[in-house]
Design a protein around this ligand. Structure first.
Ligand SMILES: Nc1ncnc2c1ncn2[C@@H]1O[C@H](COP(=O)(O)OP(=O)(O)OP(=O)(O)O)[C@@H](O)[C@H]1O
Length: 322
């Protein structure tokens, strides 16, 4: 197994006390897998990314096991973890400026990434070669005028441009695991499609494993071979992308799928799921989703369902499948 997460617990200290966002969380990923984590805002998707990279904010604390290629990341020192970030794992943040140093030019930072990669591969590290590598990477993410872009500082670029610079950095570093947290939110739809295709190529051509974090099930379907649906910090359904979309089991997954607009020609009203996800300080008894569920029945209000197997590793957390 390439990535094995077991018994992961993540809490945040807040002024109202401690809130536990992930509890008993588990996830397995094979090499070359591309998995999407899908859920509404606040379901704990970014928290998972932060926990894997050990880049949670200071108020966050985590425990459990996150074993990547045989190493338990939660047991590594900060120095060892720094080495792993950028080479074995790379995270593209929702806010791309978080990934770049504001006082260094884009070119300087990309050259640093290219140097790390050349050292790791013991390949050509001449200035001319490194320069070619970064220009090529910027062209791959369809950034016009790469020679100009490399002279600028991150704040001199638009949000979409910065995001593409960060993606080009991932392209240069070719980590074993790429965690992309809503990487296309700041991009126009046309560029969004190009970036998604690029991520798919990275997965297919270099066998890079990808954890793609999104609230958009249709994007998840396009990019990943597996989808995990999260609600209020728990896994509600996990299945191969095709099966999850064509034969969704959990009422939450069904509601998410119904909310995806499919017919632009008719003026039909868009479906939306009523209500809002619960607060982590006041989780409902029983199934966390029961207050919004169309299929709710007695047991759902009293006991939280376990993850029930629907074949192999695939699971659903719903009493309907007991
Ligand atoms: N620094 C923090 N301090 C306290 N609570 C936090 C912190 N960061 C996140 N949380 C809480 O953790 C929960 C999960 O947040 P998280 O950002 O992981 O969700 P998400 O699914 O990624 O949402 P979004 O799609 O809006 O980014 C939320 O209730 C949020 O308020």
């Amino acid at each position: 197994m390439f990535l094995e997460i077991k018994d992961l617990k993540v809490s945040y200290k807040t002024v109202n006390g401690k809130s536990t966002v992930l509890n008993n969380f588990a996830l397995n990923l094979d090499k070359g897998d591309s998995i999407s984590i899908v859920g509404e805002s606040g379901s704990g998707k970014s928290t998972l990314g932060g926990a894997i990279t050990r880049l949670l904010p200071p108020s966050g604390e985590e425990s459990g096991e996150i074993v990547l290629d045989g190493k338990d990341l939660l047991k590594l020192s900060e120095d060892e973890m720094t080495l792993i970030r950028g080479t074995e794992i790379f995270m593209i943040f929702q806010n791309p400026l978080n990934s770049l140093n504001p006082v260094k030019t884009v070119g300087y930072q990309l050259i640093e990434a290219a140097k790390i990669k050349a050292e790791r591969d013991k390949s050509d590290a001449t200035e001319e070669h490194l320069n070619n590598v970064i220009i090529q990477a910027l062209k791959s993410v369809r950034l016009p005028d790469p020679e100009q872009i490399i002279k600028r500082f991150p704040h001199e670029l638009s949000g979409g441009q910065v995001q593409r610079v960060v993606i080009s950095m991932a392209l240069i570093l070719r980590p074993k695991l790429l965690i992309a947290d809503e990487p296309t939110t700041a991009l126009d739809v046309t560029i969004q499609a190009q970036v998604i295709n690029l991520l798919k190529e990275m997965n297919r051509d270099y066998g890079m494993s990808i954890i793609f974090i999104t609230h958009d099930l249709s994007l998840a379907y396009v990019i990943s071979n597996k989808i995990m649906v999260m609600y209020a910090g728990t896994i509600m359904e996990f299945n191969g992308s095709d099966l999850l979309v064509k034969n969704p089991r959990h009422p939450y997954t069904i509601a998410l799928l119904k909310s995806v607009p499919t017919d632009y020609k008719t003026n039909s009203k868009l479906y939306y799921l009523k209500g809002a996800p619960p607060s982590f300080f006041n989780l409902p008894r029983g199934c966390r989703f029961h207050t919004r569920c169309e299929k709710v029945f007695g047991k759902c209000e009293v006991e939280e369902p376990p993850l029930i197997s629907i074949g192999g590793d695939y699971k659903v957390r719903c009493w309907l499948f007991e």
